[in-house]
Design a protein. Structure first.
Length: 313
């Protein structure tokens, strides 16, 4: 004899229906997110769908910058002013904790947690899950709600599934973007090579290199500096996008300057904001020129550094 319990059966059917609905939403999301090969657009769609499906008030995707180790928000929805510009250390706040442990974190009432960094003062509930791309933890998908206990365990599982689908799409767009940039780089190298081989003027060749670097990296300005015969000073030899003020600035000391570190270490140097840097010598000039981020790489010949190639955004 089989006894049917209406209440239990109703709950089972309700749970099954909810799982099927969410599976259908994941399929729909998969179609939406794979409809573009633009990395920024993928991240925006991932956040938008996460906020909508979780019935959240706001959300964001933060990725770990491999150069700094900091979490940087790349896409967000309904975030308070100033939050998109924040950078978190791994272990800082709920997103930082997820980035450190690689495990999801669901908090029903953030006000019950002591000494916790809360990005949005209106947040009561928060849910964050790791974003793994090709098996490597690369960031965090995070949603917030103004309601207490807004997210359930099944919400966490669903957001994890959403992040997995998103990660695959992100990986595809990154691979496509790398291929596109490599093709563009090859074109630039061919152009530079043709120009260098067609001229006997070193200055003209160096100028072409700065122009191509500026265009390829979408930079505001590019400069190329060469070591003098003593190896103690860097002299500006070519630039693109630089003003007369920049072109006439004093030569740089290799032992004392930030770009000198590129020469001394034979390694690239990245500075997120030269306007607030204690290592950058021309802070006032950078503020006047609107220069912020710097990437400088060594010019190597036969294993020796002969100068630096730098771009500013």
């Amino acid at each position: 004899v089989v006894f049917h319990i209406p209440g239990a059966m109703s709950k089972e059917l309700k749970d099954l229906k909810a799982r099927l609905e969410r599976q259908h939403l994941l399929w729909q999301f998969n179609d939406i997110i794979h409809a573009t090969l633009n990395p920024e657009e993928v991240l925006k769609r991932l956040v938008s769908e996460a906020v909508k499906m979780m019935r959240a008030d706001c959300g964001f995707v933060a990725l770990i910058n491999p150069a700094t180790g900091l979490l940087e928000i790349h896409a967000g929805q309904n975030l308070p002013p100033g939050v998109p510009e924040l950078r978190l250390r791994v272990g800082e706040g709920i997103p930082g904790s997820v980035a450190r442990t690689g495990k999801p974190m669901l908090v029903g009432d953030v006000r019950q947690l002591k000494n916790l960094l809360v990005l949005n003062p209106d947040t009561r509930s928060e849910l964050a899950v790791p974003l793994e791309v090709n098996g490597e933890l690369r960031g965090v998908l995070n949603v917030h709600s103004r309601r207490k206990e807004a997210f359930l365990q099944e919400d966490q599982e669903f957001l994890q599934a959403l992040a997995q689908h998103g990660a695959r799409a992100i990986q595809n767009t990154w691979l496509f973007e790398q291929s596109r940039l490599k093709a563009q780089l090859l074109e630039s190298l061919v152009s530079v090579s043709q120009t260098i081989n067609s001229t006997l003027s070193l200055d003209e060749a160096l100028l072409v290199i700065t122009k191509e670097a500026c265009q390829l990296m979408r930079a505001k300005m590019c400069s190329l500096m060469l070591l003098d015969s003593s190896g103690l000073w860097l002299d500006l030899r070519a630039s693109c996008g630089a003003s007369d003020l920049y072109r006439t600035k004093p030569r740089l000391s290799v032992p004392e300057s930030l770009l000198g570190a590129v020469v001394r270490r034979k390694k690239p140097v990245q500075e997120l904001n030269v306007q607030t840097s204690t290592r950058y010598q021309s802070v006032d000039l950078a503020r006047k020129e609107g220069l912020v981020s710097l990437l400088s790489v060594p010019l190597l010949f036969a294993g020796n550094v002969i100068g630096t190639l730098s771009i500013y955004t």
